[in-house]
Design a protein around this ligand. Structure first.
Ligand code: IPM
Ligand code: MG
Length: 361
């Protein structure tokens, strides 16, 4: 038994409602496993802009630094799109400040949801892959960047840049993950066009030499995008940079039926951030329509990666499977014959499932 401080950044849109469900689940499982989880909320994203003018107030960052883990909802919304500060800057600032270079995005097709995918069951059945996305470098952060005027015309520019050490450490994360899985890494780049990708490939090959049991393959990003929908079962670990990983992880998410199912972990040397892959969905916010399962599964990743509580994490995953087995679905994943429920009711069914899975605890 120990006290674990968890910073809760619910954020915008559906963030607060899915966070309420996920915290209740973590609370219940924490009690069963004698984990003294202490949740402290702090403003973040658009909500923090409205309150303080800053999407990542210094107090919020300080709380995150002092915590064992950061549990995050979602940020963004149309009301902040024009402003001088954007909620997304808060998210990028958090990643950079906490040094969260490794973003793990598992995409697993659950058999109960196979019919909810936009691809045919025989294509997506059994898909179980992990996108390892570099998160603090690449074109997202490269300098110089900006918009200037040249010869009376404006031009916008960004820089895609990776150092050897940045490539090496994310490649190591991918190979280590592969060792615990099916020992297959596909490194995704654009080495036929980009110099930065040629260095990427060279370093990944060097790192691979330390993992002789892992099979390494390289794909250009355009081909990888195609292969993901043509034959997704071929993938185990996908290793890639920040921008390509952003795009491919959304695509991988859709294999599972809904982006509302995908959790993620962002890890560095300090506290990690655990958040769903999806956004703040302002169109359905506050209507009790959101799917809380990605947030709940992000809670499972928090228990596993931040607190080392693998068994507790598995119980949460089993609870998710249980409610799906019982036919409960939010609107985004529902199919004929299922019972459509709202966000809160989904949370209640998860708590019921946990009572069954945690007898006497
Ligand atoms: C993601 C999101 C973010 C990103 C946005 C909100 C800045 O799309 O986490 O995938 O581009 O990384
Ligand atoms: Mg994205």
């Amino acid at each position: 038994m120990g006290t674990h401080q968890v910073a809760v950044l619910a954020g915008d849109g559906i963030g607060p409602e899915i966070m309420t469900v996920a915290c209740a689940v973590l609370h219940r499982v924490g009690r069963a496993f004698d984990l003294d989880l202490v949740f402290t909320e702090a403003p973040f994203g658009g909500a923090a802009i409205d309150l303080t003018g800053d999407p990542l107030p210094p107090e919020t960052l300080a709380l995150c630094r002092q915590s064992s883990a950061v549990f995050m909802g979602a940020v963004g919304g149309p009301q902040w799109d024009q402003g001088p500060k954007r909620p997304e800057q808060g998210l990028l600032g958090l990643r950079k400040n906490l040094g969260l270079y490794a973003n793990l995005r598992p995409a697993k097709v659950r058999p109960q949801l196979i019919g909810a995918s936009s691809l045919r069951p025989e294509i997506v059945g059994g898909v179980d892959l992990l996108v390892v996305r570099e998160l603090t470098g690449g074109i997202y952060f490269g300098q110089p960047q900006g918009i200037t005027t040249v010869d009376g015309e404006r031009q916008g520019f960004n820089t895609m840049i990776y150092t050897e050490s940045e490539i090496r450490r994310i490649a190591q994360v991918a190979f280590q993950a592969a060792m615990l899985r099916r020992k297959h890494v596909v490194s995704v780049d654009k080495a036929n066009v980009l110099a930065v990708s040629r260095l990427w490939r060279e370093i990944v090959i060097e790192v691979a030499a330390d993992f002789p049991e892992v099979n390494l393959q390289h794909l250009y990003v355009d081909n990888a995008a195609m292969q993901l929908i043509r034959w997704p079962q071929q993938f185990d670990v996908i290793l890639t940079g920040n921008l390509f990983g952003d795009i491919l992880s959304d695509q991988a998410a859709m294999l599972t039926g809904s982006i509302g199912m995908l959790p993620s972990a962002s890890l560095g040397d300090g506290p990690g951030v655990f958040e769903p892959v999806h956004g703040s969905a302002p169109d359905i916010a506050g209507k009790d329509l959101a799917n809380p399962l990605a947030q709940v599964l992000s809670g499972a990743m928090l228990l596993e990666y931040a607190l080392g509580q693998t068994q507790a994490a598995r119980i949460i995953e089993q609870a998710v499977d249980r409610v799906l087995d019982l036919g409960f679905r939010t609107g985004d994943i529902t199919t004929a014959g299922m019972t459509q429920v709202g966000c809160q009711a989904m949370g209640d069914h998860l708590l019921d499932a946990l009572e069954e899975l945690l007898p006497g605890k």
